[in-house]
Ligand binder design. Structure first.
Ligand SMILES: Nc1ncnc2c1ncn2[C@@H]1O[C@H](COP(=O)(O)OP(=O)(O)OP(=O)(O)O)[C@@H](O)[C@H]1O
Ligand SMILES: [Mg+2]
Length: 328
């Protein structure tokens, strides 16, 4: 698969899919994460969600077209709705409100670029769980606890918890994040800040879960990141996307107990099926897996936001085919 560099500085994995794999704007790079290219604009950051996808902590060579725009669009949707609970870093996704110094290229990234206030990041992942899934289920099965907290006996994978629980984790710069107890978090950053993080996270989860429920989703668990501006707590990074959260279909869960997630499960299943040893580099994905994954992301967006993801801005490089009628 040949890389194609566009006039806007974006690098796409091929002309057919048009997935944006990397961007090169004329601004200092603050960080290149697994998914986002982050540009430093002084007291602000430009977060550009690419179409890169990671699985088993490894970025894949194949991108998922539209994924970055879904992640940015969903985050913007949630930042708007959650702003009454805690201040957020969100400023705009409108290229016209971005610094003129970024020039025309930022227009071609419309929908995937988000201007935010730069904060001092608090290096913890603030995880809230309403249901027993993933690593919490593994821990519960082994110890009867989740995040170190005792839970009633007899819960099963997918069981609703008596009440949502806060299970923070460290943000490891390399390797896996490590779940710690709220008491350990308090020891590391002080009880007042730890308590504020827990209260904010639980309140945000409650509000988001209620909205998701109205859209036919169970918000199983989600991860928030926070920063500080002066003394003020600010919700940063992304919010309640399929990358940071597990969504289950409420009707399927009620009917059959189905706990199939609306995320990159299709990709994980494929990589398991072909027996990839999870040592980088990861293999490329076949087009059926790319398309099935893309449809999952578009569906979450459509159901939560209430309308299909708009076609990309002119010149942003996606073919009309991908967003034409009948694809949602
Ligand atoms: N307002 C903000 N101020 C400071 N840093 C931020 C802000 N919003 C997001 N970030 C950071 O920008 C990066 C976004 O990139 P991305 O989501 O691709 O990272 P990642 O691969 O998830 O890596 P990480 O392990 O650092 O989260 C993250 O490191 C995130 O913590
Ligand atoms: Mg991230």
């Amino acid at each position: 698969m040949s890389d194609v560099v566009r006039a806007d500085g974006s690098v796409r994995d091929d002309l057919r899919s048009g997935a944006v794999m990397e961007t090169h704007l004329d601004a200092p790079l603050f960080a290149r994460g697994k998914v986002r290219d982050v540009y430093d604009l002084g007291d602000r950051l430009l977060l550009v969600a690419t179409d890169r996808l990671s699985a088993f902590d490894c970025v894949l060579p194949t991108g998922i077209p539209d994924r970055g725009r879904v992640l940015t669009g969903l985050s913007a949707f949630w930042f708007d709705r959650l702003a009454g609970i805690v201040r957020t870093h969100y400023i705009t996704t409108d290229p016209d409100r971005c610094p003129p110094s970024l020039g025309e290229p930022v227009r071609a990234l419309a929908g995937r670029a988000m201007l935010v206030r730069k904060c001092r990041r608090i290096d913890f992942e603030c995880v809230v769980r309403g249901y027993l899934a993933g690593s919490a289920w593994q821990e519960y099965r082994a110890t009867g606890r989740a995040g170190g907290r005792a839970l009633p006996a007899g819960l099963r994978p997918g069981s609703r918890l008596p009440e949502p629980i806060f299970t923070p984790a460290t943000k490891a710069t390399s390797g896996h994040d490590e779940t710690i107890t709220p008491a350990e978090m308090a020891r590391r950053i002080g009880a007042p800040l730890a308590r504020r993080l827990e209260e904010a996270s639980l309140a945000l989860y409650g509000a988001a879960a209620a909205t998701a429920e109205r859209c036919g989703f169970i918000l199983v668990d989600t991860k928030f990141e926070f920063g500080l501006e002066g003394d003020e707590l600010v919700l940063i990074d992304e919010a309640v996307t399929p990358d940071s959260s597990r969504f289950w279909d409420a009707a399927a869960y009620a009917a059959t107990g189905s706990t199939e997630s609306f995320d990159k499960q299709v990709v994980r299943d494929y990589l398991e099926r072909i027996g990839w040893d999870k040592v980088p580099p990861a293999p490329a994905l076949p087009s059926e897996v790319v398309e099935a994954t893309r449809q999952r992301y578009l569906e979450v967006y459509r159901r939560l936001v209430g309308h299909p993801l708009a076609a990309p801005a002119a010149g942003a490089g996606r073919s009309a085919r991908a967003d034409g009628p009948g694809t949602h």
